[in-house]
Design a protein around this ligand. Structure first.
Ligand code: NOJ
Length: 560
C-alpha cells in the first residue's frame, strides 16, 4: 500500500529563532534541587544550566514557579509577580535568566491566564464582596439552578473529574452563588470578558518581559472565552469535559472572543526588543482550526497536539504530518513537534505497549498492564530521531534525553495530581511523568537530584541506570544520540529546512522524507529495511553502517 496525497514544505533559512528552535521543557519541581528539601528549585536549574547548553537546545520553557498553594503543581497561581518560596526568589529567577542568556539559551515562562488559585487576592476579594460586585466580576459567579439554587448553574464538568462548579458560603453562613472552575475547585476561572482582567494581564506580561524573559508558554488559552450566559454543554454525555472534533465548539472551548486578546498580547511582545515569542497550549482540532491561533498577529506557535496524540503508526503519522504542513503553512506559521510533556505518559513508556488507560494523561498505575521497557525505549529513540528531522520547532521534555520511562508503579499514597483524588483513584493522573530527574547514579536516594535523597515524588529504582552520568560520553547512549542529532540539526539547519515525502518510503512498512540534502527514514515493519545509498549521519540503531539494513523501530538520517 502506497500512502498518497502529500504536501511539500519550502525551506525558510535565516528566519526568526522560534520558527526552528529546540525548546526544552524544564519542570522546576523535578529538575534539580539545590537546597535538599526534595523539591527542585531555581538555583538548581541555574547550577545545571551548562548541561542543557551541552545538550544543544535553543530555549527552555519553565513550567510554573510563581507563588502558588501548589494544588495543581503550580498551575494555580496566587501571585503572578513573585516566585514561590519553594523555588526561590525573584533574585534567583534573575540569576537563572542571566545564566541561560550567558549560555545562549532563551527563556519562556509559563503563564496561566484561564484561572487563578482560590488563594489569589482577586478571588479572596470576590468571596468577601457581595453578589454583582466588581470583585465578583473578575470570575464567573452565578446563581444555582433548582430549589434554593442548590444545583450547579449548568452541566459543565471539570477536566479533573466532578462538576465544574463549587458553591460558596456567604459571610452569614447561608449557601451562596457558585463559581466556575474547568479544572480543580482551587482553580477558579477568570472572566475574560472583563476589561479589568485583560488590563491586569497586560501588566503581568510587561512585568516578566521587563525582567528579560524571551516569551511565554500560555496555559489553556482556548478555555479563556466562555459563551455568553454560560449555557449547557450540548453534548456532555459524549464529550465529558472536552469536545468532539469536527462538531460545533462547546460553550467553554475556543470561543472567537479570545482572539483580540492575543492580538493585543502580540503587540505588547512586538514592542519589546529581541524576538519575544509566545506559544499557546491551544488544544484546538482539527489543525486547520488551530492555525487560526497562529495567524501572523496572534501566537507565534501552538503545540501540535495532532502529532502528540498520533499513534506511532505510519498511516496515522503520514496524515498527521500532512495536516500539520497544510494547516500551518496556510498561515505562514511553523509547525511544532512534540512527543512528551508533564501531562502525558512519557513516550518511552507510551510506546512500550498497552497502557491500560483511555488517554495518555491518565497515567499508568501499579495495577495496570506494564509497558515493555526495551521496546518502548527502542521506539522512543526512533520516534525522536524521526521527529527531530522535521522542519519547524521541536519541544523536548526534561528526561526524555535520558530515555527516561514513566514511573508506572507509584503507589497511591504518593500521588499529588488532583485527578487522582477527584476520581477516587480511578484515574491515576500525571505524577508518573513528573518524577525528579536522576543526575548521578547512587548519589543519595534520588540519584543526584539533590544530596539528601529527599524527593517530592520517589524515583523508581530503575532510574539509577538512566542517570546522566551513566550516559555522558557513552557511545550509543540515548543522551549521546540526542546530542548528536541536535548538533547535526543545527549545523545542517534542519529546523529551517524543507520537507517532501520519499515516495518509495511511504507505506505500511516505512516512512521517509527529505529535508534539504538529508533523508530521514523510519522502519515501521517487522523486517529489516534496505536503505538508499549515502553517508549515514546519525541513527537510533547503534553501529549502523552504510550498506547495512535498518532494523524495525529504528530511524536513520542519510546525507545524499
Ligand atoms: C495545562 C497544564 O499543562 C496542566 O498541567 C494543568 O493541569 C492544566 N493546564 C490546568 O492549568
Amino acid at each position: 500500500m502506497q500512502l498518497t496525497g502529500a504536501p511539500t514544505h519550502a525551506a525558510n533559512y535565516g528566519s526568526q529563532w522560534w520558527r526552528s528552535a529546540i525548546i526544552y521543557q524544564v519542570y522546576p519541581r523535578s529538575f534539580a534541587d539545590s537546597n535538599g528539601d526534595g523539591m527542585g528549585d531555581l538555583p538548581g536549574i541555574t547550577a545545571r544550566m551548562d548541561s542543557l547548553a551541552a545538550l544543544g537546545i535553543d530555549a527552555i520553557w519553565l513550567s510554573p514557579f510563581m507563588s502558588s498553594p501548589q494544588k495543581d503543581a503550580g498551575y494555580d497561581v496566587s501571585d503572578y509577580r513573585d516566585v514561590d518560596p519553594l523555588f526561590g526568589t525573584l533574585a534567583d529567577f534573575d540569576d537563572m535568566v542571566a545564566r541561560a542568556h550567558e549560555l545562549g539559551i532563551r527563556v519562556l515562562v509559563d503563564l496561566v491566564p484561564n484561572h487563578t488559585s482560590d488563594q489569589h487576592a482577586w478571588f479572596q476579594a470576590a468571596l468577601a464582596a457581595p453578589e454583582g460586585s466588581p470583585e465578583r466580576a473578575f470570575y464567573h459567579f452565578m446563581d444555582g439552578r433548582g430549589e434554593g439554587g442548590s444545583l450547579p448553574p449548568n452541566n459543565w464538568v471539570s477536566m479533573f473529574g466532578g462538576p465544574a462548579w463549587t458553591r460558596v458560603t456567604n459571610p452569614d453562613d447561608t449557601p451562596g452563588q457558585w463559581y466556575c472552575h474547568l479544572f480543580d475547585s482551587s482553580q477558579p476561572d477568570l472572566n475574560w470578558e472583563n476589561p479589568a482582567v485583560q488590563l491586569a494581564f497586560e501588566e503581568i506580561l510587561r512585568f516578566w518581559l521587563d525582567r528579560g524573559v524571551d516569551g511565554f508558554r500560555v496555559d489553556q488559552p482556548h478555555a479563556m472565552g466562555k459563551a455568553a450566559g454560560l449555557p449547557d454543554h450540548p453534548d456532555v454525555e459524549r464529550a465529558g469535559a472536552g469536545f468532539i472534533e469536527g462538531e460545533p465548539s462547546p460553550p467553554m472551548w475556543f470561543q472567537e472572543s479570545v482572539h483580540p486578546i492575543f492580538r493585543r498580547w502580540r503587540e505588547i511582545l512586538d514592542s519589546y526588543d529581541g524576538e519575544r515569542a509566545m506559544c499557546g497550549e491551544a488544544y484546538v482540532l482539527p489543525l486547520s482550526f488551530m492555525a487560526l491561533w497562529v495567524r501572523p498577529d496572534e501566537f507565534h506557535q501552538t503545540f501540535n497536539f495532532r502529532y502528540l496524540d498520533s499513534e506511532w503508526k505510519p498511516e496515522i503519522l503520514f496524515r498527521s504530518i500532512n495536516e500539520s504542513f497544510e494547516a500551518f503553512d496556510s498561515v505562514g506559521a511553523p509547525s511544532t513537534w512534540v512527543l512528551s510533556n508533564h501531562d502525558i505518559i512519557r513516550h518511552a513508556s507510551r510506546m512500550g505497549g498497552v497502557t491500560g488507560r483511555p488517554t495518555a494523561s491518565d497515567g499508568i498505575g501499579p495495577n495496570d498492564p506494564q509497558p515493555d521497557r526495551e521496546l518502548g525505549l527502542r521506539r522512543a529513540r526512533g520516534a525522536t530521531l524521526f521527529t527531530l528531522g522535521l522542519p519547524g520547532s521541536t519541544y523536548l521534555y526534561q528526561g526524555e534525553e535520558l530515555g527516561l520511562p514513566e514511573h508506572t508503579t507509584l503507589e497511591g499514597k504518593y500521588r499529588q495530581d488532583p485527578t487522582f483524588a477527584r476520581t477516587g483513584g480511578a484515574r491515576v493522573g500525571r505524577d508518573g511523568c513528573r518524577v525528579p530527574l536522576p543526575w548521578e547514579a547512587g548519589v543519595g536516594a534520588a540519584n543526584g537530584f539533590n544530596e539528601t535523597g529527599l524527593a517530592w515524588l520517589p524515583q523508581p529504582e530503575l532510574y539509577a541506570e538512566y542517570s546522566r552520568d551513566q550516559q555522558e560520553g557513552v557511545a550509543g547512549s540515548t543522551l549521546e544520540l540526542y546530542k548528536q542529532a541536535l548538533a547535526l540539526r543545527k549545523s545542517l539547519r534542519i529546523g529551517e529546512g524543507s520537507f517532501a515525502w520519499l515516495p518509495q518510503f511511504t507505506n505500511e512498512r516505512a516512512l521517509g522524507y527529505r529535508n534539504g540534502d538529508v533523508l530521514v527514514i523510519h522502519n515501521f515493519g517487522t523486517d529489516a529495511l534496505p536503505l538508499p545509498q549515502g553517508k549515514i549521519l546519525v541513527a537510533s540503531q547503534n553501529g549502523l553502517a552504510e550498506g547495512q539494513l535498518l532494523d524495525p523501530d529504528q530511524t536513520v538520517w542519510i546525507a545524499i
